[in-house]
Design a protein around this ligand. Structure first.
Ligand SMILES: Nc1ncnc2c1ncn2[C@@H]1O[C@H](COP(=O)(O)OP(=O)(O)OP(=O)(O)O)[C@@H](O)[C@H]1O
Ligand SMILES: [Mg+2]
Length: 618
């Protein structure tokens, strides 16, 4: 059997959102493994049935009066049966175990996880904002195991029992057709039991699984926002939420388990009836001379094995339904249609000059509130734009639209005349260097965080960027819990081990290294102290050279050197022009400026005006 290439890129098809097709999508690459498992399952079922045949033969043999004559007659049959049970059966079991434990459990599960992650990670930003990261991660991890487990259990248990039942019926019918009656009745009862219990078990398993996910999401949400919880002494309230989720899950699980108790008890009664029925019919037939002792001795262990297998199969079936519920739930995330994809024939964006044009765009996060309506803005190649406006005016959103983190509902956004909707998203994002407002870092080393900007950067380029962003001064002192230092030190979850300003400098270094033709700075220096900001501002000047730049800042002093300042309010441009013009106009900008500087400023040359760093306007 070939080794499974776990991390091979999956084909272009996306996971279907129909349960059966979802299974086929993930399992069809492993057809050969499953075919062999079916063969082994059939072989083991036959060999198991032969154990009862062997018992019957031994009883027949030891019941003979002329023992040595009987030995002559019986030994070849007994030997063949013994070899089958003693050699063929263990070999088949070994092959079966080997396939499961070397290919299915580690290989196929990891493969399904990889393909699931591959699809989930391509989902839009909005998709991630609408869900809990913990729940998504749980679904990707858990669905793979549940999916593999259902397929495996179906072969291990359902297929096995069906095959064993078929062979048993054949053997019993050979002795006397009446011997088959109890086991046929048992099968009928078993199917009825399954029909009654399975949908109910399924419903309760669904409920229990949903309650488990909710509980998990609540706990992850609490831990990942632990600072907010602590700062606002919210632990008691939040614990109430967790407690309620925990109690709901407990209740749902209890209902599920009670159903299992009912099922297993009914099955035990059914099994007992099977054994008594077979014994009674067997003995009656023997008393009337219709069958020999051999048949009775074979029939009893044969049906008892079926009965005890029935209990185990029932357990497996309930597991299958629990897992099916989990797979169905995981499918909601893994097979969710991706609302933002590249056109099939999309080409990479080619940025020659860096002109940006918003043409009559319309955008809203929710259907009832329109944030941008027929919004227009043209940015010339190499122009430096400052975006100002009150909190919530739509500045960050405008930049997100340019990065195609969301699709606009009307109009077009063009970069150098190319509609960003018609080129690849990767192309757009690799042409724009961004320092975002929320400077979360990956939970990796400083080096990896900076190299995000350009994974193949040389050491020299890396150090240049670190130097420019003023990362070097604090990096030597970094040490993580595993004793790694400097560039190799881990920054902690979302960069928690660094100060806000240090995080921002790492993000700046990353953007400097990326060196993209368009630059977006959304409150890029807001977290820095004034000394560091002044130092970095010079580096940024150098970085901005020859690039189209959009700078968003609440500290207006940061914007004084921009070519044009755009003042946004509720998704509309209410003022635009140079710093001087806007001050002279005496509108919102002038009033914000006045608030920040504390001066009433008449017109004049303010671009050379040196300010103390003013507090945010928000
Ligand atoms: N993911 C989102 N889903 C729904 N509404 C959003 C989302 N992000 C922002 N908004 C809303 O859109 C409006 C504009 O938000 P945006 O973040 O663009 O403002 P901003 O100008 O960058 O503000 P700030 O100066 O505070 O950063 C706000 O009213 C905000 O509530
Ligand atoms: Mg913002």
């Amino acid at each position: 059997m070939d080794k499974i290439d776990i991390v091979a890129p999956p084909g272009p098809a996306v996971p279907p959102s129909d349960l059966l097709r979802f299974y086929r999508y993930f399992l069809s690459e492993h057809k050969r493994i499953f075919a062999w498992l079916f063969v082994c399952g059939f072989g083991v079922a036959c060999a198991d049935a032969l154990v009862s045949v062997f018992v019957g033969k031994v009883v027949a043999f030891v019941g003979q009066t002329d023992r040595w004559k009987a030995w002559q007659e019986y030994w070849p049959t007994l030997l063949v049966l013994l070899l089958t049970i003693g050699i063929v059966r263990p070999v088949l079991i070994y092959v079966d175990l080997h396939l499961r434990n070397s290919f299915l459990v580690p290989g196929v599960t990891s493969r399904i996880r990889w393909i699931s992650h591959w699809h989930v990670v391509q989902q839009s930003w909005q998709f991630f904002q609408n869900d809990f990261p913990g729940r998504l991660a749980h679904r990707v991890m858990h669905t793979a195991g549940a999916l593999r487990e259902t397929a495996e259990a179906a072969i291990r248990a359902v297929w096995y029992l069906t095959m064993y039942g078929g062979v048993s019926l054949f053997l019993l019918a050979q002795a006397d057709w009446r011997l088959t009656l109890p086991i046929l009745g048992w099968f009928g009862g078993y199917v009825l039991l399954l029909r009654y219990y399975v949908p109910r078990l399924r419903e309760r398993a669904d409920g229990s699984s949903q309650a488990y996910s909710d509980l998990m999401a609540r706990i992850v949400d609490c831990y990942s926002n632990i600072l907010t919880v602590k700062l606002f002494s919210y632990a008691a309230t939040d614990n109430d939420h967790v407690r309620n989720s925990l109690l709901s899950h407990n209740e749902a699980q209890l209902r599920h388990m009670q159903m299992i108790t009912g099922f297993m008890t009914s099955l035990t009664v059914l099994n007992t009836l099977l054994l008594i029925g077979t014994g009674a019919i067997g003995v009656t037939l023997w008393l009337n001379g219709h069958i020999e002792a051999e048949a009775v001795a074979m029939a009893l262990p044969l049906v008892w094995q079926a009965a005890s297998t029935g209990g185990w199969v029932a357990w497996e079936v309930s597991g299958i339904f629990q897992n099916l519920a989990d797979v169905r739930q995981g499918m909601e995330s893994i097979a969710a249609p991706n609302t933002m994809t590249d056109d099939p024939d999309a080409k990479a964006l080619r940025v020659s000059a860096g002109a940006i044009k918003f043409n009559d765009i319309g955008f809203s996060y929710s259907p009832d509130v329109k944030l941008f309506d027929r919004f227009n803005l043209s940015i010339r190649p190499g122009e430096r734009i400052g975006l100002v406006g009150r909190s919530g005016a739509g500045k960050s959103t405008l930049v997100s639209l340019l990065l195609r983190l969301y699709d606009i509902q009307d109009g077009t956004i063009q970069i150098d005349g190319q509609n960003i909707r018609r080129v690849t998203m990767d192309g757009v994002r690799s042409s724009i260097g961004v320092v975002t407002q929320d400077t979360a870092l990956l939970h990796r080393s400083v080096r990896e965080n900076v190299l995000c900007g350009k994974p193949d950067a040389t050491d020299q380029e890396l150090h240049g960027a670190l130097q420019q962003a003023r990362v070097i001064p604090f990096i030597d002192a970094l040490q993580d819990d595993d004793g790694r230092t400097g560039l190799d030190a881990s920054v902690g979850e979302r960069g928690a081990k660094l100060s806000g300003g240090q995080r921002q400098r790492i993000v700046l270094a990353r953007t400097l290294l990326k060196n993209a033709p368009i630059l977006v700075l959304d409150e890029a220096t807001a977290a820095l102290d004034s000394e560091a900001e002044a130092a970095i501002q010079e580096q940024l000047e150098a970085l901005m050279h020859g690039k189209t730049v959009i700078t968003i800042a609440h500290r207006l002093s940061t914007l004084a050197r921009m070519d044009r300042i755009i003042v946004l309010d509720q998704g509309r441009i209410i003022e635009e022009g140079s710093h001087d013009k806007l001050l002279a106009d005496g509108g919102l900008y002038a009033s914000l400026w006045q608030h920040q500087t504390g001066n009433r400023l008449p017109g004049g040359d303010h671009s050379s005006f040196k300010l103390p760093i003013a507090p945010d306007i928000t």
